[in-house]
Design a protein around this ligand. Structure first.
Ligand code: UDP
Length: 475
């Protein structure tokens, strides 16, 4: 029977890309494998972001098959309530069970690879006796925090709480000292709905046959070593760890079917080398109208060339937040006259830009990023230094690692409620684009770019980790 590997990503482009790219690497290494990707549909805006990518991969790589799961919450009586991602994916379990049983009639399932929010599927695959691996789409530093979570849960019985949080530093194995407020938010809040879910995820990762992480040895050597040495999981054996990254999307210009996507690349090609700062905040980054205006003022005063992806400010109506992104009205969102005054040196793109293509344009010299892990890896792989402006999930932690550990980006100072002033934006952008500090960052990121390439090349650390893993499925 044909051998297949089943990959089960959480919804969202940031989870999908690295897991599909992982599937492509498996096939490159072992062309007789096929890959089945289980897709969960949650809302129209996520579907709008992922569909072009899925279509392209389906056409280019026929041995990757996308299996769209029916939405398990569609016919729920309380369908007006938006279920949490944990609920949706837990409800998927009976469907996953059935899909795997059906698939096993025609193929041998060599491995099941599950993503962070899909961790309860381990219950199903353990029952079906399918070797199962935890795939972590963020980096090894964040993985170290996740694996430490059950220990923190046991030892921190209320010692760190909302009162002392802002002044407490944590020293976790393999990580630089991290301020408690820079940790992913549920970690010190036992009342947070997702607290128990993250604890369960951590335990699933620990029980998996192996842990695959989208990073490479030289980028996060300290964290990887601490995990491998068992320092993050003191009470039980640590599964083998496979750093196989950086797995990032190939350039995708035009994927989104909108000509402005391609137009911005043409514009970039007309700008001088290293002169443009790119501002883009992941698949979900949005700002208030006041913050958007402030960014505009800061960018204008910086005097730098820029390419800026702008989305509408979030609506107060929570039920509309998951609708496909509405077209932003730039005239009303940006400072009055901004577009006219910056016409010669700036371009604003609505909602989405082909980020990997943009970062690889010679004219791009800096990236203001929300510190999503894919964005960081894409910037490193393109040799572009960053400014970190974290917005959600584990991005505050990623910023500490980016700035203090890797030294590949600058820190953007925000007020307690997250607001960043125009003068801070102006200063930081200038520092990145024209100071000695910026030049040193550029030099370091170019070294990291070469190391990333080497890790994926023949004999490189990521290529070897992948080979070891895939070959273990062929025994
Ligand atoms: N992305 C893009 N264009 C955009 C916004 C995002 O191509 O305008 C891509 C980006 O290149 C990355 C992914 O979407 O591959 C976002 O992943 P990341 O981990 O950086 O952030 P998340 O969206 O998960 O917060």
């Amino acid at each position: 029977m044909k051998q297949t590997v089943v990959i089960y990503p959480s919804p969202g482009i940031g989870h999908l890309i690295s897991m599909v790219e992982f599937g492509k690497q498996i096939i490159n290494h072992h062309p007789s494998f096929s890959i089945t990707i289980l897709i969960t549909t949650v809302n129209p805006s996520t579907t709008a972001q992922t569909t072009p990518y899925i279509n392209r991969i389906s056409q280019s790589t026929p041995s990757i098959i996308f299996h769209h799961l029916p939405n398990p919450t569609q016919n729920q009586p309380n369908h007006h309530q938006i279920p949490s991602i944990f609920e949706i994916l837990h409800k998927n379990n009976p469907i996953i069970h059935k899909s795997l049983q059906t698939l096993s009639l025609s193929s041998t399932i060599s491995a099941f690879i599950f993503d962070v929010f899909c961790a309860t599927s381990l219950q199903v695959t353990t029952q079906l006796q399918i070797p199962s691996y935890f795939f972590f789409t963020s980096g090894a530093n964040a993985l170290s925090v996740l694996l430490n979570f059950p220990t923190l849960h046991k030892t921190n019985t209320g010692k760190i709480n909302s009162h002392n949080l802002p002044n407490t530093y944590l020293n976790l194995p393999g990580l630089p000292p991290i301020l408690a407020t820079d940790m992913p938010s549920p970690i010190f809040n036992r009342n947070d709905k997702s607290y128990e879910s993250f604890l369960a995820i951590s335990n699933s990762a620990i029980q998996a046959k192996g842990i695959i992480v989208n990073t490479f040895e030289s980028l996060e050597s300290r964290a990887i070593k601490a995990i491998r040495d068992g320092l993050c999981i003191p009470d039980s054996p640590t599964p083998p760890v496979y750093p196989i990254g950086p797995l990032i999307a190939e350039p995708t210009a035009g994927d989104h079917g909108d000509s402005s996507n391609v137009d911005c690349l043409t514009w970039l090609d007309e700008q001088p080398r290293g002169s443009v700062v790119f501002l883009c905040f992941g698949s979900g980054g949005v700002f208030s109208a006041a913050q958007l205006k402030e960014i505009g003022v800061g960018l204008e005063r910086s005097g730098q060339r820029f390419l800026w992806v702008v989305r509408s400010a979030p609506t107060e109506d929570k039920s509309k937040r998951t609708l496909a992104s509405v077209e932003p009205d730039l005239e009303s969102l940006l400072p009055e006259g901004f577009l006219d005054r910056t016409r010669d040196r700036g371009l604003v793109v609505k909602n989405w830009a082909p980020q990997v293509d943009v970062l690889n344009r010679e004219s791009v010299g800096g990236f203001v990023t929300h510190c999503g892990w894919n964005s960081i890896l894409e910037s490193v792989s393109a040799g572009v230094p960053m400014i970190g402006w974290p917005l959600y999930a584990e991005q505050r932690l990623n910023r500490v690692v980016l700035v203090k550990e890797m030294k590949l980006g600058l820190w953007l100072n925000e007020s307690e409620d997250g607001f960043v002033t125009a003068s801070e934006i102006e200063e930081r952008v200038r520092a990145l684009m024209e100071s000695e500090e910026g030049r040193e960052l550029k030099e370091r990121v170019l070294v990291a770019k070469d190391e990333a390439k080497a890790a994926l090349s023949e004999g490189g650390s990521s290529r070897s980790a992948l080979a070891e893993l895939v070959e273990s499925w062929c025994l």
